[in-house]
Design a protein around this ligand. Structure first.
Ligand code: MLT
Length: 237
């Protein structure tokens, strides 16, 4: 099994995604928010690339509309992209969420040419790792990154998932240099994932916006045992 890592969705080459299991990371905060929402009772999350598409998907249906730009809730949307807004669960069981974020939801959509698309975060590292190796395919760790560039927190999340994969007995793994570097990062922060998130540029920006509690939430390793799957239209647990 070969494992490679794309530092941003823009680096995930479409032909190379085919035939792989992709695991998408936007640790601060989209994939952490989606994992939290699904673990707390939402039935589906529709990842929208922009505001217009989110409004179109939500249409007149009773979907919950959520999203951010620049880390802030989109004007007119009832929810932002803080996982803490979803900790208490939906207003009614099985509610459906439409989410659009600056990088994360686009990264999920951009990965859809992979055979299977899973969502990873620190919160569900073990479950995502188990689901990723289950089919024996090569694995593409797709970091959302920021504006097409590298983000420490996404590489850290990918490293935690990779570390969990390597715990599987009898797994013969080869990896590219980017995946190997992410694994080193995870080993560096294994006793303090929060410090890794705090040291990231986006983590610092969120702290400046008063969202330090979001970083604390997103840093909880293996809090949830779900591995969300994107089917090309929506994400389920
Ligand atoms: C993103 O998609 O870039 C993030 O989830 C931004 C955030 O909400 O912090």
């Amino acid at each position: 099994m070969f494992i490679k890592l794309a530092p941003s969705a823009a680096h995930a080459a479409q032909p190379e995604l085919a035939g792989t299991t992709a695991v998408v990371f936007d640790v601060l905060r989209a994939t952490s928010t989606i994992v939290t929402a699904l673990a707390r009772g939402y039935s589906k999350v529709y990842p929208a690339v922009d505001v217009d598409e989110a409004l179109h998907i939500a249409g007149s249906r009773s979907h919950v509309l959520a999203g951010e730009r620049g880390g802030l809730k989109i004007t007119g949307f009832p929810r932002g992209n803080s996982p803490l807004e979803f900790v208490a669960g939906p207003e009614k069981d099985g509610a459906e969420l439409v989410l659009t974020t600056s990088n994360g939801t686009g990264a999920v959509r951009a990965s859809s040419t992979a055979d299977r698309v899973l969502l990873g975060s620190v919160l569900n590292a073990r479950a995502a790792a188990r689901a990723a190796v289950a089919h024996g395919q090569d694995i593409y760790l797709v970091c959302a990154g920021s504006g097409g560039g590298y983000s420490l927190e996404d590489a850290l999340g990918a490293g935690f998932v990779l570390a969990e994969m390597l715990k599987s007995a009898n797994l013969a793994v080869e990896m590219d240099d980017r995946a190997a570097a992410a694994l080193c990062l995870a080993r560096c922060y294994s006793h303090d994932p929060l410090a890794g998130l705090m040291n990231s540029a986006h983590g610092k920006a969120l702290v400046r916006l008063g969202r330090e509690e979001d970083l604390r939430w997103c840093s909880q390793l293996n809090m949830f045992e779900i591995a969300p799957v994107y089917n090309g239209e929506y994400i389920t647990a």
